[in-house]
Design a protein around this ligand. Structure first.
Ligand SMILES: Cc1cc2nc3c(=O)[nH]c(=O)nc-3n(C[C@H](O)[C@H](O)[C@H](O)COP(=O)(O)O)c2cc1C
Length: 433
């Protein structure tokens, strides 16, 4: 049985035309959560390797100005640049850093200290760990209203995808460190929501560890005081359907652990450059990429993701234009069908022809798994890996969250009652501006 929220939030040719709604610009939420000024902030010093690691995850790396307004873009992409996720981090035993629980303050490019950890304290028990973690324990939340303001009900999908991208951004930034990143979906959401003082604006989604368990130590006790409260956004409207979908998808079932770490052969300086340069391509030149580039991207898709709840996500690769390769649909490196489907995928991506048709490749991620939050965030992690790998190869990339769900299933020969279409992407040569 498909998760009912997913079924209810499918786009179709008709729904998009009947459901168009006017944006209320006076209600546009801020994408920045800011704690009160009296808390200590530690601004990132980009000459320091640990701060650079943190900055590479979600720092601001570009700005776009229009008359009267400037938008700031970040290392991590987000549907509509609405950034509906917040990041927190518990740091323990990292040279030059005070042990504590911090908020990642994107606006100030700093960490805000929410709670200095005392001896034997920590949040590990709430994320299913048995020992204290030496290193970084990240916690990812969502603020649904920031995305629902524009995307309404479909916003929960974007909160999960954008969140997955942020988990992937942690993973990519951590490739310059000795420890692989491990995603944790089995967390005590209720206790964490309470502990962080989230009211009805914000909800914890998942965690990621970049560190090692200290096996000689006992499990830390929870901090003795609750963390300070701050509004996650300025304007606010409740999103009851999304909150219901969140609660209905909290209980994990029959999770499989993924214990195999991925292997990436990125060269570190070029990887750093790719992280800092990553952008979404706004228009592709309808040109071919090379066979080697396709194989490289497919090898990235095939890499495992360390996690405590690994769901199967299929990544269909639609070859629009690759030198010395036939056009067609590939899955796990093999052709399922031959033919030029570029115009068709352009239509399926809600007629964003400049992305899915003009890209050398269009990608479609699907799943029939049961653990909705875990599988959707996984699609985001894969998406982030592809953005960085494409940038590393000198190619452009864009996420595509809007598509005609059931027609995509028909196109792939999948049963639209069973298979969920999670995400589309396009990769290719960027049109020169
Ligand atoms: C989950 C997701 C869905 C997206 N969907 C679309 C889309 O349907 N069409 C589009 O033009 N861009 C899409 N984007 C790209 C965003 O608009 C882009 O990430 C955002 O404007 C920030 O710009 P940047 O990626 O260059 O930092 C998507 C991005 C993400 C992460």
């Amino acid at each position: 049985m498909m998760f009912s929220y997913h079924d209810q939030t499918k786009h179709s040719y008709l729904s998009v035309r009947q459901g168009a709604h006017q944006l209320d610009w006076s209600m546009q939420p801020t994408p920045y959560k800011r704690y009160e000024k009296k808390l200590r902030r530690f601004a990132f010093d980009l000459e320091d390797a640990e701060d650079r690691f943190l900055y590479h995850i979600g720092g601001i790396n570009a700005q776009k100005s229009y008359p009267g307004v400037t938008y700031y873009l970040r290392m991590n992409p987000a549907a509509g640049a609405l950034y509906p996720n917040e990041l927190y981090v518990q740091i323990r035993g990292v040279a030059g850093k005070q042990d504590g629980i911090y908020h990642y303050d994107v606006f100030s490019s700093a960490l805000t200290l929410l709670y200095p950890l005392h001896e034997g304290e920590g949040l590990e028990a709430l994320v299913g760990e048995r020992y204290p973690i030496k290193g970084y324990l990240f916690l990812l939340s969502m603020v649904p209203w920031r995305s629902a303001w524009k995307y309404r009900l479909r916003a929960f999908r974007y909160c999960l995808l954008d969140g997955g991208h942020l988990l992937g951004a942690i993973e990519m930034a951590a490739l310059l460190k000795p420890h692989a990143t491990r995603m944790i979906y089995r967390i005590d959401h209720h206790a964490l929501n309470r502990h962080f003082g989230f009211l009805q604006q914000e909800y914890m989604l998942s965690a990621a560890v970049v560190g090692v368990p200290m096996r000689k130590h006992g499990l830390p006790k929870l901090p003795s005081q609750p963390l300070p409260y701050a509004d996650a956004t300025d304007t606010f409207m409740p999103t009851p359907e999304i909150v219901t979908a969140y609660h209905e998808s909290l209980q994990l079932q029959a999770c499989k652990r993924q214990l195999h770490a991925p292997t990436f052969d990125f060269e570190s300086l070029r990887l750093q450059e790719a992280i800092v340069r990553r952008r979404s391509t706004r228009a592709f030149a309808p040109e071919a990429i090379s066979k080697g580039q396709l194989h490289y991207l497919e090898s990235i898709i095939a890499q495992p993701i360390l996690s405590d709840c690994d769901e199967e996500v299929a990544v269909y690769v639609i070859v629009n234009r690759v030198l010395q390769m036939p056009s067609g649909i590939r899955l796990w490196g093999n052709y399922l069908r031959y033919g030029d489907f570029s115009a068709r995928v352009g239509y399926l991506a809600l007629e964003q022809y400049h992305l899915a048709r003009d890209g050398a490749l269009a990608l479609i991620m699907t799943s029939r798994g049961t653990n909705y939050q875990a599988l959707y965030q996984k699609a985001g992690v894969i998406g982030q890996r592809l953005y960085i790998a494409a940038t590393y190869l000198g190619l452009g990339c864009s996420g595509i969250g809007a598509y005609y769900d059931d027609e995509v299933c028909d196109f792939l020969g999948l049963d639209a009652k069973e298979e969920m279409v999670l995400y589309m992407m396009a990769i290719g040569r960027e049109l020169e501006k």
